[in-house]
Design a protein around this ligand. Structure first.
Ligand code: GRF
Length: 223
């Protein structure tokens, strides 16, 4: 059994995908708590409707980044030390805060993030618009282990999407979202296998280094 701690900031559709996969029995995991840096995040309503514990650490109440990170660290450590059977995985699912190097190092190897681009292309914000402006023909989403480099950690798996001539940032975001949901659930399912590991910023599966990211529906089955 994999114990998930899901960090959110907004809408929470990726959180919902995990909730649904667990409820349907497709994903052998449980969500220990949903943690948000925004008290108004709709993701918190989704969590409460699903009967999950929620924790709010409003970043606006912390004058300095370090103080927020400290509060988050204490919450995560508390959740991790009391999980019952199984390992813990921290899932950043639309969590829009940059975390300090100290915090990331503390949880490195058991913290993943979903990002709406084919990393290493387009870290940061506004990925759809930047990709269109560059004229790329292929877009996608990545799930990666979190390391101190923002959106720069080793990528576990990606979902790919062909760009159509009529695409806009909005249409791309809409078409990519269902793929993100399937990708995140599939990677979390993969991580239920303890042989999926991060060693020195390199991914190993069954003791073999992962040379390049898995591709959803090719190397990694959707749930
Ligand atoms: C997703 O596009 C995710 O890739 C990005 O933020 C968005 C969150 O959406 N990091 P939601 O809150 O899961 O609906």
């Amino acid at each position: 059994m994999l114990n998930l701690i899901v960090l959110v900031s907004g809408r929470g559709s990726n959180l919902q995908a995990l909730i649904s996969a667990i409820e349907d029995g497709r994903l052998n995991a449980r969500i220990l708590a949903v943690v948000s840096n925004r008290p108004e995040a709709p993701a918190l309503d989704r969590a409460r409707r699903a009967g999950l514990d929620t924790v709010v650490i409003d970043h606006r109440r912390y004058p300095e980044r370090a103080a927020f990170d400290d509060a988050l660290r204490i919450v995560l450590e508390g959740l991790e030390t009391n999980p019952g059977p199984g390992r813990c995985l921290i899932v950043l699912a639309g969590f829009m805060r940059v975390l300090s190097m100290e915090l990331v190092r503390r949880f490195q190897g058991r913290m993943i993030n979903i990002h709406p681009s084919l990393l290493p292309a387009y870290p940061g914000l506004n990925t759809h618009a930047r990709m269109l402006a560059a004229g790329d023909r292929e877009h996608g989403a990545s799930v990666h282990f979190v390391t101190p480099a923002v959106d720069g950690g080793p990528v576990i798996a990606q979902a790919r999407l062909r760009v159509e001539p009529a695409d806009t940032p909005e249409s791309l975001a809409e078409r990519l979202l269902p793929l993100e949901h399937r990708l995140l659930s599939a990677v979390v399912a993969l991580c239920t296998d303890p042989s999926v590991e991060l060693r020195d910023e390199h991914i190993y599966i069954d003791d073999r280094p992962l040379g390049r990211p898995l591709v959803l529906d090719r190397d990694l089955p959707g749930l």
